[in-house]
Design a protein around this ligand. Structure first.
Ligand SMILES: [Zn+2]
Length: 315
């Protein structure tokens, strides 16, 4: 049973809006685009591993939490790609979607990949990350007086990530190996949680602790293209509001969702609070009358009157 489903992250959504609204000539455009590309690759890898779980015969009961995030007692973040719980054990997975030849030096906590063109790139040590997570989880399990072994592993989501001998003895395997690993682990660890409700209670405790951690990102608000934009045309072609319809003067598109979509862009880049001024700036509206009319069409909570009127985007 999946208790916590994987979702597209807010960071990915923010980067998508930035990339869509930044002029390609902007000097940081490449960096934003590259950041977005990496996030998408990681997400695709996670989905690949999620799909593998669906193929397996799993013990009952079991609980799965994807992309579990929590802030520990010291105020730092744990982000676990997948937590699997069953009466036999608790498993924490770190998912990597990286191609190239991978090498590792445990004594230096050094994880390196060499791509086909010979580029050598250092990456953060996933085993160290996992050990941090395991330590946190161990503490919680003890606190809850539960007896459950904690296992951990790094899963490579692509066969194009080639593991070298350096990884011998390390808990790392390709996604297709998940089935046989699970079988081995289930044979090795007999059920230690006897009561199903104890496991359910613990899985639910994790769920209540889950907090979406906000990732800080610098939004180049001044340089992004403002306005209600056409989804068909490139280069930030603005739509025109004409007889209660948003239409594109270039390609003729009539877009019924234009206003609400632009509001979502606003939420991601600016926040949930609007004023007449911030609305006019972001939506590129010149007429205060039109701004007022459009604001009434949106799902907003309003407070105050006239110039002091403020709006909040509803969830
Ligand atoms: Zn258009």
């Amino acid at each position: 049973m999946i208790l916590l489903a994987r979702q597209t992250s807010e960071l990915q959504k923010i980067l998508e809006v930035i990339v869509r609204r930044l002029p390609r000539t902007y000097n940081e455009y490449f960096n934003y685009n590259e950041h977005l590309r990496r996030i998408k690759v990681g997400f695709a890898g996670e989905q690949r591993v999620d799909a593998e779980w669906q193929e397996l015969d799993l013990p009952s009961p079991h609980y799965i939490l994807h992309d579990f995030q929590v802030i520990n007692h010291a105020g730092s973040t744990h982000q676990m790609d997948t937590i699997f719980l069953c009466p036999h054990f608790l498993l924490i997975l770190e998912i990597k979607n990286i191609t190239g030849i991978l090498s590792y030096d445990a004594s230096f906590a050094q994880f390196i990949r060499t791509t086909a063109d010979g580029t050598v790139e250092a990456m953060s040590d996933p085993f160290q990350q996992l050990e941090r997570h395991v330590a946190w989880m161990k503490r919680l399990i003890q606190q809850e007086r539960l007896s459950l072994p904690i296992l951990h592993a790094v899963v490579l989501a692509t066969k194009n990530g080639i593991l070298t001998e350096d990884f011998k003895g390390q808990p790392i395997f390709h996604v297709t190996g998940l089935r046989s690993r699970m079988q081995k682990w289930l044979e090795l660890h007999q059920p230690s949680v006897k009561k199903g409700e104890d496991l359910f209670r613990f899985a639910n405790l994790l769920l209540t602790m889950h907090t979406r951690v906000k990732r800080e990102i610098n939004v180049p608000l001044r340089d992004i293209v403002k306005g209600v934009l056409c989804t068909n045309c490139v280069d930030g072609q603005p739509l025109r509001y004409h007889y209660k319809k948003w239409l594109c003067p270039r390609c003729g598109l009539v877009d019924r969702d234009a206003l609400i979509r632009t509001l979502e862009d606003y939420r991601l880049l600016v926040g949930t609070k609007l004023t007449n001024k911030s609305f006019c700036e972001f939506f590129a509206i010149d007429s205060p009358n039109l701004a007022y009319k459009l604001l009434q069409q949106l799902p907003l909570k309003a407070e105050g009157i006239k110039r002091h009127r403020k709006y909040w985007i509803l969830d």
